[in-house]
Design a binder for this molecule. Structure first.
Ligand code: UT7
Length: 370
């Protein structure tokens, strides 16, 4: 019988990382056998968040001002969403500029020089250009020329997707540190004539530096992420890609701005965020009483309250800043993490839980010991 090796995979077995060869026989069947043992103990590095940073543009757009543009009111926006104002980037201020500002602050807090950054991941749905990646512009701005830089597109969940990817790449030993950034210029993809969406979104950026943790330091305890591609129709920008390129005929059809079936998204957001948060809390060996701070996606105060209720975490341990910034998609949880960190909402040794939800649909969560 002819047998050849098709692929390798790695798995944990009795606290050891085991390399497994996937074998295929000439008859076409597959078999799995233990090929070689890499080490007698798990060789994963613990990964900590060494610094955070954020940036929001100077210009404030209040509910009052919006109510002069579309048929809405401060009362409706505050009671249905909790949002009071949002920030709007200047015409010449791009996603990469905001990302760079946030990144510099995170690097400063982490005590890591830009030239020593090894990996840059930018989570965004509003890149400076379709290609190259916004992360490459950030790399250039920072002068992190030794880094690998790329973007990910997971909408509001992107920052925690980036956290999981970076955590894995550091814990495996491939990189020693990573700069992860959530940055958006949503004002560029907002339909300013649609009151159902234009009151919700804003611009900004948040960043975190991840690196190998020292033994006495906190670490990222557990991460979770998921997607449901059956629900792409609930929240999207239909045009601007290969399915519907921009042409002179459709340029004014509002195909290049955010569309959302808000009520449906609301329902899924509550359920998915609750499930994702519960998974990381359980995997981290925690209970609700052990959590010093929950940092949720900042889309709607009613969603945040519903999640806090379901997780049995009191409201005073849930961080909220959407009243100031609205929904900044991938940037929202990253800005909230930085503001919570710098305002002393938690301290070294505390357990925190981050949880997000967005277009895709996508969702993610992380439990972190600070
Ligand atoms: O970041 C990604 C995840 N996104 C989310 O999680 C967002 C989830 N969804 C939501 O936050 C909420 O569904 C919204 C805030 C978007 C909307 O709140 P809602 O309570 O679901 O309102 P609705 O869409 O059912 O609209 C209720 C009413 C409608 O009027 P009628 O049909 O009852 O007469 C709307 O036309 O409110 C009207 N309306 C407004 N009125 C004043 C919708 N937008 C506005 C507005 N001002 N800006």
């Amino acid at each position: 019988m002819q047998v050849f090796c098709r692929d390798f995979k790695y798995c944990a077995k009795n606290s050891a990382i085991v390399r497994i060869a996937l074998l295929r026989t000439c008859g076409g069947g597959s078999a799995i056998t233990v090929f070689s043992r890499m080490s007698e103990t798990t060789s994963e590095f613990q990964v900590c968040i060494a610094g955070t940073g954020s940036y929001v543009p100077e210009k404030v757009l209040t509910n009052e001002e919006l109510s002069k543009r579309v048929d809405t009111s401060d009362e409706w926006i505050v009671s249905r969403t909790g949002i009071r104002e949002r920030r709007i980037a200047a015409a010449g201020e791009f996603t990469s500029h905001m990302a760079t500002h946030a990144a510099r602050k995170a690097l400063e807090q982490a005590g890591i020089e830009a030239k020593d950054v090894q990996l840059i991941i930018v989570a965004t749905i509003t890149p400076d250009t379709p290609t190259p990646a916004t992360a490459c512009y950030v790399q250039q701005n920072l002068g992190s020329m030794g880094a690998v830089a790329f973007d990910i597109s997971a909408a509001c969940s992107g920052f925690l997707y980036a956290m999981k990817i970076a955590k894995r790449l550091i814990s495996s030993g491939a990189f020693e540190n990573a700069l992860i950034i959530g940055a958006e210029k949503l004002s560029a993809v907002t339909n300013w004539e649609d009151r159902a969406t234009c009151v919700l979104f804003g611009d900004g950026a948040g960043a975190a530096v991840l690196r190998r943790a020292e033994p006495q330091e906190g670490s990222i305890l557990a991460t979770e992420m998921g997607s449901d591609g059956n629900l792409t129709h609930l929240l999207n920008i239909p045009g601007g890609g290969t399915a519907c390129p921009i042409t002179s005929d459709n340029v004014n059809d509002h195909l290049f701005t955010l569309n959302m079936l808000g009520k449906e998204v609301f329902k899924h957001a509550v359920n998915r965020m609750k499930e994702a948060a519960e998974k990381v809390i359980e995997r981290a060996g925690l209970q609700a009483k052990d959590i010093a701070c929950v940092i949720p996606h900042q889309a709607n105060l009613r969603i945040i309250d519903a999640i806090a209720d379901r997780l049995l975490v009191p409201n005073d341990r849930v961080f909220v800043n959407l009243d100031k910034y609205g929904n900044t998609s991938a940037a929202a949880v990253a800005i909230a993490l930085d503001e919570a960190n710098r305002s002393g909402a938690f301290k070294r040794g505390d357990n925190i839980v981050l949880v997000v939800f967005g277009a895709g649909l996508t969702w993610a969560a992380a439990a972190v010991r600070w």
